[in-house]
Design a protein around this ligand. Structure first.
Ligand code: NCD
Length: 308
């Protein structure tokens, strides 16, 4: 049974074929209507979500299937003390696929040990967000036609932003990418990621101002400050103070530089950027649905239901 709790659950070539499949679906080159008729996806969200939850439901509907589940832990039996393990076992009895978002980093491992159907990690705490990475990869690939030899500048909350951790780790597998990380001292990339970058001999820079990373970048990837994740007692500065992009203006952006953001946005990404052709954040949202359709198809095709 194939699960998707981290991007390396698929090989690089499987990932590229998933992106090609998602491209074909997006361009109506293939018919997918009714493909998953009668199938059900359990969507278990223990943390808030708009795009991820809606795009998974929209993807499943577009494939002909349907969705069951909950969108907050307060409306599920966890409010009565049910363990994640039990909730996953319950969902496995009804669903052909489980999508889980949870604040605990270890949640996907617990779920894997208790699920009898394919599992997708839709975000585990500050760790990973592998399906956002698929949406990000698709956005990059559609625009740049490659996933290597690129310079990416990440700015914002690089410590707790799981979309950054996932995307950087994934791009290391494609090789030859250069990274600039712009953040205040308090929100620098985690040591584990820095070690990975060093061990793979990747060229990377850690900076305090976005101005250093603007002009050589193929992609600028902004993130909001993840205030819900860091202990307030440790950080005295306000989100506005922590955002290092205050002087970043639309005119700073070169014509060939993509501007990406996983959304939701905070003050780091004013709406004046939205009209720029380089602004790709709503494309990330759109591609997220097609990439998730291709992923759901793949996981269900690799799963023999009688092993349930
Ligand atoms: C991200 C997340 O949940 O990590 N949102 C998303 O799924 N697009 C980013 C964020 O919350 O900042």
């Amino acid at each position: 049974m194939l699960n998707f709790t981290k991007n390396s659950d698929l090989s690089v070539s499987e990932t590229l074929s998933l992106l090609r499949r998602a491209h074909s679906i997006a361009n109506h080159d293939v018919t997918v209507l009714h493909e998953l008729d009668g199938m059900q996806m359990a969507s278990l969200f223990y943390e808030p979500s708009t795009r991820t939850r809606l795009s998974f439901a929209s993807a499943m509907n577009a494939l002909g299937g349907s969705t069951i589940g909950f969108e907050s832990s307060s409306s599920a039996s966890v409010a009565k003390g049910e363990s994640l393990a039990d909730t996953i076992r319950v969902a496995s009895q009804y669903a052909d696929l489980i999508v889980l978002r949870h604040p605990d980093i270890s949640a996907p491992d617990i779920a894997l040990a208790n699920s009898s159907v394919p599992l997708i990690n839709a975000g585990n705490g500050a760790d990973l967000h592998p399906t956002q990475t698929l949406a990000d990869l698709m956005t990059i690939y559609e625009n740049k036609k490659t996933l290597s030899g690129l310079h990416l500048t990440f700015a914002g909350d690089l410590k707790y932003g799981r979309t950054v951790h996932s995307l950087v780790k994934e791009l290391l597998r494609f090789g030859n990418n250069t990274f600039t990380f712009v953040s205040p001292d308090e929100l620098r990339i985690p040591n584990e990621l820095r070690t990975k970058l060093t061990n793979t001999n990747t060229l990377f820079y850690e900076e305090q101002s976005i101005q250093t990373g603007i002009h050589s970048a193929d992609i600028i990837y902004l993130t909001r400050i993840q205030t819900e994740r860091f202990p307030q007692s440790l950080i005295k500065k306000s989100p506005t103070e922590l955002t290092q992009v205050e002087n970043f203006k639309p005119t700073d952006l070169d014509a060939n530089t993509l501007l990406m953001h996983p959304l939701p946005r905070g003050t780091e990404l004013p709406r004046e950027f939205d009209v720029l052709p380089q602004a790709k954040y709503f494309d990330q949202v759109k591609f997220g649905k097609y990439a998730r359709m291709a992923l759901i198809e793949l996981l269900i095709s690799k799963h023999t239901p009688n092993t349930k």
